[in-house]
Design a protein around this ligand. Structure first.
Ligand code: UD1
Ligand code: MG
Length: 424
């Protein structure tokens, strides 16, 4: 059955204390909204993102990065139920399912969403809400069940009685709906509650009144629905995500010497027997091969492809580069917008000067197989060093260098005998 997603992202995000809209804050160089949109990729055919505060920024981000997603304006913001009602005009004759998520819960995984939809289908459900257990459920909507354990309703913290507040099962804020059966609810919700808002959570009672099949799917790992409201939450979410990524890598045969000081994005693939040394930070999308050594203190900034048996040593920054097998970039270097062949050796302190600040143009450096670059070399891009050529230490290379040549731009060494003695 066709699935479309609605992502709620119109809220203000006051507690971020930021000029950037909350859902455009980043973890490892990817926005919170980006994580949510990636989690439904391959599950839903079209996404509607409800925007309000800083609507234009969010809309621009979506149209640039997610062509199958559409921003829908909600102004003013009258609650989560009102937010979802904004898509009604777009889905008038839609017969499929609608998945609803929040733009500020970036840790939800595709695997969980797949299981959630599968549960919705096998239970023959019309409305499925995702729930989870928190020992401290404060601030979440509470899941209230009947005596026979079926779902009764969801009560928001501000509307809950003391008894209801004791419930530890909470609403995760993710729903799967059979749209044609539920779409009429949105014109019938009321705002008769403590916050004066149209609550999406009221569709549970509406569904029950209208004899629909309503269920809750209990999510085991409650960190998946961890929501971001502040910078403190942002740092905690980064930590949760990092733990998840590092554990998965270690299980798959990557050595992480010190998980406490290693930061690797979820979009980084790493091959077996590669060792990641402490204080390494890897963000964005990258692919690292087998038997590599990365770090300590290496910084990979995204779009980096590293083949097998490569060494990227301490204080090396790499961005948008392909480094082929058996190549070493040992120490204190910057490699950006570059292609490095096999068996290349990069001396300490080598810089690919890829950026012209006047034209703002970035250019490419190509080092073919077996090239050796002496320490403290600047490779001024665009530039190619052909196969097997050597560059003397301390050179500034502004022209292409032919195969197997030695190139160096060094002023001759002067030795002034007894110069020091004469000064004393
Ligand atoms: C909501 C749920 C609560 C649940 C919690 C999970 C309701 C009434 N309550 O509460 O049961 O436990 O999420 O995190 O749904 N938004 C809009 N437009 C609006 C209002 C909100 O787009 O008019 C967006 C927000 O940007 C946010 C999401 O909807 O991404 C949730 O809204 P929020 O105000 O955070 O709801 P909670 O009080 O957390
Ligand atoms: Mg919230």
């Amino acid at each position: 059955m066709d699935i479309k997603s609605v992502i709620l992202a119109a809220g203000k995000g006051t507690r971020m204390k930021s000029n950037t809209p909350k859902v455009l804050h980043e973890i490892y160089g990817k926005t919170l909204l980006g994580y949510v949109l990636d989690s439904v990729d391959g599950i839903s055919t079209e996404n509607f993102v409800i925007v309000g505060h800083h609507a234009e920024d969010v809309e621009n981000y979506i149209s640039k990065n997610y062509p199958n997603s559409k921003a829908v304006l909600q102004s003013p913001q009258l609650g989560t139920g009102h937010a979802v009602s904004m898509v009604c005009p777009y889905l008038e004759n839609y017969e499929g399912q609608v998945l609803i998520l929040c733009g500020d819960t970036p840790l939800i995984t595709k695997e969980t969403l797949e299981k959630f939809v599968q549960y919705h289908n096998t239970e023959n459900s019309d409305i499925t809400v995702m729930s989870t257990i928190f020992q401290d459920p404060t601030n979440y909507g509470r899941i209230i069940r009947e005596n026979d354990n079926t779902l009764k309703c969801i009560v928001e913290e501000k509307d809950a009685t003391i008894e209801q507040k004791a419930a530890k099962e909470v609403n995760a804020g993710i729903y799967c709906l059979n749209w044609s059966k539920i779409k009429n609810a949105f014109s019938q919700l009321t705002s008769n509650n403590a916050q004066g808002e149209y609550y999406l959570t009221d569709i549970i009672e509406w569904g029950k009144k209208n004899n629909l099949r309503v269920n809750a799917y209990i999510l085991e790992d409650n960190t998946e629905i961890y929501g971001i409201n502040s910078r403190v939450n942002l740092a905690q979410a980064t930590k949760y995500l990092t733990d998840r990524v590092l554990n998965k890598l270690m299980i798959n045969g990557v050595t992480i010497v010190d998980p406490n000081s290693t930061w690797i994005s979820a979009d980084t693939e790493i091959g077996q027997d590669t060792v990641i040394y402490p204080s390494t930070y890897i963000e964005g999308k990258n692919k690292i091969g087998q038997n590599c050594k990365i770090g300590p203190c290496a910084h990979l900034r995204g779009e980096v492809i590293v083949d097998d048996n490569v060494k990227i040593g301490n204080f090396v920054e790499v961005k948008k580069a392909h480094i082929k097998s058996n190549t070493n970039v040992g120490h204190l270097s910057y490699i950006g917008d570059s292609e490095l062949g096999e068996h290349v050796n990069i001396g300490a302190g080598t810089i690919t000067a890829n950026y012209d600040p006047l034209s703002k143009i970035k250019s490419k450096t190509t080092l073919e197989n077996n090239v050796k670059i002496g320490s403290n070399t600047v490779l001024v891009a665009p530039v190619t060093v052909k196969e097997g050529a050597n560059i003397g230490a301390g050179s500034v290379i502004t022209k292409d260098i032919p195969s197997w040549a030695l190139a160096l731009t060094r002023s001759p060494l002067k030795i002034l005998a007894d110069w020091v003695k004469r000064k004393i």
